[in-house]
Every structure is written in C-alpha cells, then in structure tokens.
Design a binder for this molecule. Structure first.
Ligand SMILES: [Zn+2]
Length: 298
C-alpha cells in the first residue's frame, strides 16, 4: 500500500507534465474502475459513457491530493478522483516515448504502453496518460465538481494532512486525549492525521520516543510535542526523497524513492537500535507488524 509520501511525490512529479494539457479522447476498458463511489463498485455502462464523453476538450488545470486520493481538476469544472490502492499506476508518456511513471511498478509498462493492465487511457493534445492496474482495486471517478466529492462524504473520515497549517501540536494533543486506543491504532486509522501507514507510524513513534502500544489518551503534552515534531519532520523529508518505495511503490519519474535508507525501525526487527544498540522488538498491533525499541521508547 502506497503511503502519503509516495502519492505526494507522484503528484509533484506528474504536475509539470499534465497541467495545461487538454483531453482529446478517453477509453475506458473496465467500467468497474469508473463506477460507484469508492469501494462499493459494480461496472456501470452509463458511467463508462459519461467518463468517455464529458471531459473531452477540457484542460487539466491542476492536480491536488487529499490523503492518498489524487484529484485532477478540469477546466469544465469537473474533477477526476484517482486512488491507486494496492496495484494502480499512472504513467504519462509524451510523443517521443519519454515516460513519467509512478505507482505500483508494472514491469511491462516500462517497455510497452498500452498493455494488458492499461484500463483507462487519456489521449491528451500532447502525450497520453495511462491508468494501469494489475488487480483493479483502485478507482478513477468523474464528479461534476469538487464539492460533490465532499458532499458524498468521501473524505469524512479523513483527519488533517501533515502539511495542513491547521495541523498543530495542540490539535494533535486535544484529539489524542479523546481516543482510548493504542497510539499506533490511532495513527493508522487516519481520523486525526492522515498519511501515516505502517512504515511512517513506526518511524514517528521511534523518533518521538513513545511506544506504539501506549494508550493515546495517556500521552503527556511534552510527548505529543515530540510526536508532532517527528511527523512534521519525517513526512516532508520522505516526500522530498520520493518516499520509501517499499511494497513496490515507485515515483513518477520511474526512479525508486530513497527514504527507505532513512528507516530506523520499520522492517528492522531483530537488528540493533541505532541509539542504544539493543535488539529491536516486534509486536502485532491491528494485525500489522510493529517494530520498536523497548529502551528508547516509553
Ligand atoms: Zn534503543
């Protein structure tokens, strides 16, 4: 599962290539991907029709992100919501076969486009944008405008983004006080702050010296300050470095992210703590492997 830094890297990399391009044609091979409102989906022929016709002639004016959703804004007011889920990929290829490729690495896409995984194809006035997906858990949904997505409640369960100016240490403290769950559980459920998956949840707990098993309402203000600092340092750094590229996630220019080299605990159970040399421990929280140092984290 891609985490926020990988999706944000992809957004930033694609942006200069697709902004200002107009959509000449769209082919939808798998109606399921453009149907429904997210996870509940069945292939709807009329959705395919709408998707293939309504955006024609519109320009892509922006690409933004809410949590791990990418949103293409069109000059006709419509928006296209893209969620790559486990195995989705976006590839922009220009007329000279140069590629900007991000998401799940699909080997055949490096040499052949379209291919058997190219389920949605946007012909632009310059170049082509492909939505490729191996297992088709992702979605690419057309909405009349951005408000509609919010009104449908698509983003209701999503907390603040680490890049949001409203995301402050006080906000984090107040909201953690109201939760009676393990810290890692709260970080993973996205309800307070979005974008921390298994990798970054472990990393921020380690950086802030807090055990991921701590009940979130027992954290002191001082501890939350450290946690806040860890989140707001680690996430931007990871974006800058193109994310972790663990679980086969690669960034939009096709290069692998390099943040994985910065991991201190994730995937390192049984190895030595970089601070105290003790052996890093492993436990399971919410059926996710969790790694921590029993001495450096309280
Ligand atoms: Zn340690």
């Amino acid at each position: 599962m891609p985490e926020l830094p990988e999706v944000e890297s992809l957004r930033r990399s694609l942006k200069p290539y697709i902004i200002g391009k107009s959509i000449q044609s769209i082919i939808v091979h798998k109606p399921k991907l453009v149907s429904g409102s997210g996870t509940v989906r069945q292939p709807l022929e009329y959705k395919k029709q709408e998707f293939e016709t309504q955006p024609i002639g519109a320009k892509i004016t922006d690409i933004t992100r809410v949590a791990k959703n990418l949103i293409l804004h069109l000059s006709n007011g419509q928006v296209i919501l893209v969620h790559l889920k486990m195995t989705g990929q976006l590839v922009y290829q220009d007329d000279k076969q140069n590629k900007v490729l991000g998401g799940h690495p699909i080997e055949v896409s490096e040499s052949q486009l379209p291919n058997q995984h190219s389920h949605i194809i946007f012909e632009l006035n310059q170049g082509t944008l492909y939505y490729n997906d191996v297992r088709m858990f992702g979605y690419v949904l057309l909405y009349p405008n951005l408000d509609t997505i919010y009104k449908l409640g698509h983003f209701d369960e999503i907390g603040l983004d680490p890049f949001d100016s409203q995301f402050t240490a006080d906000y984090l403290y107040k909201n953690l006080k109201n939760k009676k769950s393990k810290l890692k559980t709260v970080l993973l459920d996205q309800s307070i702050v979005t974008g921390l998956g298994n990798i970054y949840a472990d990393e921020v707990c380690f950086r802030s010296g807090i055990l991921p098993t701590r009940m979130s309402n027992t954290l002191t203000k001082k501890e939350v300050d450290k946690l806040y600092k860890a989140i707001t340092e680690i996430i931007p750094k990871a974006v800058e470095m193109g994310g972790s590229s663990i679980a086969n996630y690669i960034m939009a220019d096709g290069s692998r992210g390099t943040y994985a080299r910065e991991h201190k605990v994730y995937g390192k159970a049984g190895r030595q703590c970089v601070i105290c040399d003790a052996t890093l421990q492993k436990t399971i929280i919410n059926s996710r492997t969790t790694v921590y140092c029993q001495f450096c984290q309280k």
